[in-house]
Design a protein around this ligand. Structure first.
Ligand code: MEV
Length: 447
C-alpha cells in the first residue's frame, strides 16, 4: 500500500479512471470498485450535483439524516433535522427537547448579528498622517464598493463600519482595515471577501494617488484580505428554566436538590478547567454541528468561532451558565453562531433545502436560536447523565447496533442481541462473544 510516488493529473482523470486508480492500490480491486460505486446515486443528474460539491469525488460518504422532534423554542414547535454519526446525540437532543417542552421550552434571543472582515497590510509611514486621512479613505471604501454592496443594502444589510487598527505594537508597520458587516440571511463569506478584496485595491490606490504621502508612504503591502470566522458579535442566547422540584420528573433524577447541586458544580468545573471545558463544549457542538450540517452550514467555521469565544478572557471555559436561586433552575448557553439560510449549500444540497423547509424556512436569526437550543439540549442531557448514572450505559446501548453491524449480524441475531443486552453491560468484547456463542449454539442445534 505504501507508495510515495507523486501523482500528477489525477484531477483530470474521469471519475471511473479515478476509481480504478484508487482501487488498483488494493489486491481486491474489483471488490473495491463495486463497493465505491454502490454508494453513488442511481440518478446521474443527482450524482453530478454531489460530485460538484467537492473535487476528485469517487463516491458518496453517507451520514444519517435524523430528526429530533419536540423542540419548543419561543413558543414555536420545531422538528429539527440533525446529521451526525454519534448514535446517542439525536436521542439526547430529542429527550431534552421533550422534557423542556413540558416546562415552557427554550427561550432564545439573538443579541447581535455583526460579522467581521480584515485587510491586513504593512505600511511604513507616519501613523498620524494615515489617521488624519482615514475618514476620506473610509468614504472611498464605502462608495467605491457600492457595485458589490447595493444588493445586500436593498435587503437591509451591507457594510456597517470600517476601522483603521494600528497593530504596530504587535508587528512593525502592521495595520488593519477592520470592517463589520450585516449579511442578513446569508452566512456572507463571499460577500465579505469580495468587499475586502476591493478594499485592498482602493487602499493601494489611496497611498499611490494622494500627494500628501511621500516616499515609501506611497506604497503599502497588502498581506491578505479575508473575513474573520471569529464573530463574537454574532451572538445568540438560549435558556431553559423550571422549579428545582420539577426536575424530579427528569429521567435518572431521584433527588432534585442533590441533582442541581451536582449539576451546578459540573458547570462550574467546566468554567474553571480547560480539560473539562473542551469536552463540555464538544457536547454542545454535538448538537450545533449536527444542525449546521443538516442545513448546509459551515460547521468548521462555527466550531472555530465557538472555541475562540470560549477562550475570550484568556482561559478556555465552558459556554453554558447555570443559576440556581429562589428554587429556580435556569440553564443558558450564549454562543456566537454565524449561520446562513440562503446561498451556498443551503439551497443546493437537496437535503439541506429540505431541512430548511422542515424548519419553516427560517431566517438566519431564527436558525441561530434553533441551533443554540439544540446545543443546550445536548449539553443538558450530557451533564444530567454525567452527574447521575454516567454516560456509558446509554452510550453503549446506542452503540450496540453499531457493534452488531460491524460484526455483520443478521436480523435474527440482532433481535436476540438487543433483547439480551437490555439488562447487560455492552462492550465490543461482550457483544462479539454473545454473537459467537449464539452462532455456535445454532450450528450445534442444526448439526
Ligand atoms: C460525547 O460526545 C459528549 C460528552 O462527552 C459531553 C460531555 O462530557 O459533556 C458526553
Amino acid at each position: 500500500m505504501t507508495n510515495n510516488k507523486i501523482l500528477s493529473g489525477f484531477s483530470r482523470l474521469t471519475k471511473d479512471e479515478k476509481i480504478e486508480m484508487v482501487a488498483g492500490r488494493f489486491g481486491n480491486t474489483g471488490e473495491i470498485i463495486r463497493e465505491l460505486k454502490s454508494y453513488l446515486h442511481y440518478d446521474p443528474e443527482k450524482q453530478r450535483l454531489f460530485d460538484e460539491f467537492s473535487e476528485n469525488t469517487i463516491s458518496n460518504f453517507y451520514f444519517p439524516f435524523a430528526i429530533a422532534p419536540n423542540f419548543l423554542i419561543n413558543d414555536k414547535m420545531y422538528m429539527v433535522p440533525m446529521v451526525i454519526e454519534e448514535s446517542s446525540v439525536v436521542a439526547a437532543a430529542s429527550n431534552g427537547a421533550k422534557y423542556w417542552a413540558t416546562k415552557g421550552g427554550f427561550k432564545a434571543r439573538v443579541i447581535s448579528t455583526t460579522k467581521v472582515g480584515q485587510v491586513h497590510f504593512i505600511w511604513q509611514g507616519e501613523v498620524e498622517k494615515l489617521q488624519a486621512l482615514f475618514p476620506m479613505l473610509k468614504d472611498d471604501l464605502i462608495s467605491k464598493t457600492k457595485h458589490i454592496t447595493a444588493n445586500m443594502e436593498t435587503r437591509g444589510g451591507g457594510i456597517l463600519d470600517i476601522e483603521l487598527v494600528d497593530m504596530t505594537d504587535e508587528m512593525e508597520n502592521y495595520f488593519q482595515l477592520k470592517a463589520s458587516f450585516d449579511t442578513r440571511n446569508a452566512m456572507g463569506a463571499n460577500f465579505i471577501n469580495s468587499c475586502l478584496e476591493e478594499f485592498a485595491v482602493i487602499l493601494k490606490d489611496h497611498f499611490a494617488k494622494i500627494e500628501y504621502y511621500t516616499g515609501q508612504e506611497k506604497t503599502c503591502c497588502v498581506i491578505m484580505s479575508i473575513m474573520s470566522n471569529y464573530t463574537p458579535e454574532c451572538l445568540v442566547k438560549t435558556e431553559v428554566e423550571c422549579s428545582v422540584d420539577c426536575l424530579k420528573h427528569a429521567e435518572d433524577v431521584t433527588d432534585p436538590d442533590s441533582f442541581v447541586r451536582k449539576f451546578e458544580k459540573a458547570v462550574r468545573i467546566a468554567q474553571i478547567d480547560p480539560y473539562r471545558a473542551t469536552t463540555h463544549n464538544k457536547g454542545i457542538f454535538n448538537g450545533i454541528d449536527a444542525v449546521a450540517l443538516a442545513t448546509g452550514n459551515d460547521f468548521r467555521a462555527i466550531e472555530a468561532c465557538g472555541h475562540a469565544y470560549a477562550a475570550r478572557d484568556g482561559r478556555y471555559r465552558g459556554l453554558t451558565d447555570v443559576d440556581i436561586s429562589n428554587d429556580k433552575f435556569k440553564y443558558s448557553l450564549t454562543i456566537p453562531l454565524s449561520l446562513g439560510t440562503v446561498g451556498g449549500l443551503t439551497s443546493l444540497h437537496p437535503l439541506a433545502k429540505f431541512s430548511m423547509q422542515l424548519l419553516g424556512n427560517p431566517s438566519a436569526v431564527e436558525l441561530m436560536m434553533i441551533a443554540a437550543s439544540v446545543g443546550l439540549a445536548n449539553n443538558f442531557g450530557a451533564i444530567k447523565s454525567l452527574v447521575t448514572r454516567g454516560i456509558q450505559v446509554g452510550h453503549m446501548k446506542m452503540h450496540l447496533l453499531n457493534i452488531l453491524n460491524s460484526i455483520k449480524v443478521n436480523e435474527k441475531e440482532k433481535d436476540f442481541a438487543v433483547a439480551h443486552f437490555a439488562n447487560q453491560k455492552v462492550s465490543y468484547h461482550s457483544v462479539n462473544k454473545f454473537v459467537t456463542d449464539l452462532r455456535k449454539e445454532h450450528i450445534e442445534k442444526v448439526g
